[in-house]
Design a binder for this molecule. Structure first.
Ligand SMILES: *[C@@H]1O[C@H](CO)[C@@H](O)[C@H](O)[C@H]1NC(C)=O
Length: 203
């Protein structure tokens, strides 16, 4: 039984890799289309019920909404998020190193900052915050498949140090106030997400 389903997965992977537009490693949106480098998407939880899309909040010592959080509202699609690789890649695949930012900056920021990691752990595990503010460190992000199955569009975000000496999954940490922060999932589960086109009717 097990080998049968593995064979089915193999066939599916083999089929996927024959598609002219996409390779097996390309990151797919919920419609099954490859994610395009430099384009914007909504990032929604793969498992519904515990909050909505990704947005930003001013938490703790923040003087501007620089903490990346999951919306408490399960019906919220969150903010538009841009994925960009400096490599001249048309599509984003699972090995490509990326930077991420919100599509629109806020007035309290001078320019539109990339997502970074906060070295301040007084509020919980290292959180994803916007760069350029005190105590943040830039690195790379990757988008990787959460399960080996080729037909799943469940992905996780991974944060890597610049020199890639370590990479850690991004998870959710619910702080004492109930904010659902995106953090390095040092011990916990990765946050499984789907990518929705901004114009998609399924978003
Ligand atoms: C991922 O994309 C980059 C840039 O287009 C390419 O060089 C690399 O070969 C791709 N990796 C895989 C595994 O397809």
């Amino acid at each position: 039984m097990k080998s049968t389903s593995l064979f089915a997965i193999f066939l599916l992977c083999a089929f996927t890799s024959y598609l002219p537009s996409a390779t097996a490693q390309d990151v797919l949106d919920v419609d099954g289309d490859p994610i395009r480098n430099g384009f914007i998407y909504y990032v929604l939880p793969a498992i519904r019920g515990n909050g909505g899309g990704i947005e930003r909040a001013a938490l703790g010592k923040d003087t501007c909404p620089i903490t990346v959080v999951q919306s408490p509202n399960p019906n919220s699609k969150g903010l538009e998020i841009k994925f960009e690789s400096a490599y001249p890649a048309y599509y984003i695949n699972e090995t490509l190193i990326l930077q991420i930012k919100f599509s629109y900056p806020q007035q309290c920021e001078r320019k539109n900052p990339w997502w970074a990691i906060s070295k301040d752990i007084s509020e919980g595990p290292p959180a994803i915050k916007l760069s350029g503010f005190h105590g943040t460190e830039l690195g790379w992000f990757k988008i990787q498949k959460a399960s080996k199955s080729c037909d799943s569009n469940d992905y996780k975000l991974v944060f890597c140090q610049y020199d890639e000496t370590w990479c850690l999954d991004v998870g959710i940490y619910v702080d004492r106030q109930g904010n659902r922060r995106l953090v390095l999932a040092v011990t916990g589960e990765p946050f499984l997400v789907h990518f929705h086109k901004i114009s998609s009717s399924t978003a």
